[in-house]
Design a protein around this ligand. Structure first.
Ligand SMILES: [Zn+2]
Length: 287
């Protein structure tokens, strides 16, 4: 029996819980139960994965609750569904942030206003034109140089090679952030600002992304009082890059197009399994 937490084979039987065999892992010193659930979760993997999928497609938690009851004949509370979404959005974002993306030469950076619980926020993102990979995203109250630095720093950490050109609008905040993380190396990368809509043939690529994001936020307005917006955006970022097939990429996900090879046959289920192993191996190595 391989350890559910770290994948080790050094496991021994350690009694039973509700008729199910429990094991102890001699490598990570954690116990686990031989069933098809994520570690320490009461519900089946596929139900949690199903809820995650519907959530990031824009369905409200109340509707997800009803779908689960209808299809799987079990009752789960909205609070539980929120806990799954929060827990696994955070975990999969942490894990996927460690993966490097092989991106194209032209990136687009942009920012848009979104309304969250009646308050105006700025959503920033960088998109790679070739793979549609969202290289970085950031949420802020205002548009400052500090925000642009956070955005470009994340992008720098994620990419294998720098882009040739980054297109941006005229927002003053971009130049400093760009120069700090992409301005070295004999000016390999260039920031082109404010060249007008006609000079940015892929403007609608950005608009489509903003549209998808706003649809998702609008779909649950007034219902999802417990939403933690940053966590939700983390999950959406993972969903967009790693799980959502893109028609202009021939049905591939942006991550696949960017050379990130994960075997995600069971989508959220596979990704959560990978992220769980990654986290447990990391914490074992620190101890
Ligand atoms: Zn283990």
């Amino acid at each position: 029996m391989n350890c559910k937490n770290c994948g080790s084979t050094k496991t021994i039987k350690k009694g039973k819980v509700n008729g199910q065999q429990r094991y102890l892992c001699k490598d990570c010193c954690k116990t686990f139960i031989d069933n098809d659930n994520f570690t320490n979760m009461r519900n089946k993997k596929h139900i949690i994965a199903f809820a995650m999928d519907l959530y990031f497609e824009g369905m409200s938690v109340r509707k997800i609750e009803r779908q689960i009851q209808y299809l799987f004949k079990i009752k789960v509370s909205p609070v539980s569904i929120y806990k799954w979404i929060t827990k696994y959005s955070t975990l999969t974002k942490q894990y996927t942030d460690t993966l490097k993306a092989d991106l194209g030469e032209k990136w687009h950076v942009d920012e848009t206003v979104i309304k969250i619980k009646g308050k105006q926020k700025w959503f920033w993102e960088i998109i790679d034109e070739k793979t549609r990979f969202m290289v970085a995203e950031h949420l802020s109250k205002s548009r400052t140089i500090k925000d642009s630095k956070i955005l470009f720093k994340d992008a720098r950490n994620r990419c294998i090679k720098k882009p040739r050109i980054v297109y941006a609008d005229g927002c003053f905040a971009y130049r400093k952030g760009f120069n700090l993380y992409f301005g070295d190396c004999g000016r390999y990368s260039k920031l082109i600002q404010n060249v007008g809509i006609n000079a940015r043939p892929h403007q609608n690529m950005i608009e489509r992304l903003h549209g998808t994001l706003k649809d998702m936020i609008r779909a649950r307005r007034g219902m999802d009082q417990m939403d933690k917006t940053e966590v939700m955006l983390d999950g959406w970022f993972v969903y967009y890059n790693f799980l959502r097939p893109h028609s202009s990429l021939g049905g591939k996900t942006p991550a696949e197009a960017a050379g990130i090879k994960l075997n995600l046959e069971n989508r959220w289920e596979s990704l959560i399994d990978l992220a769980t192993k990654w986290k447990n191996i990391k914490s074992r190595n620190f101890n």
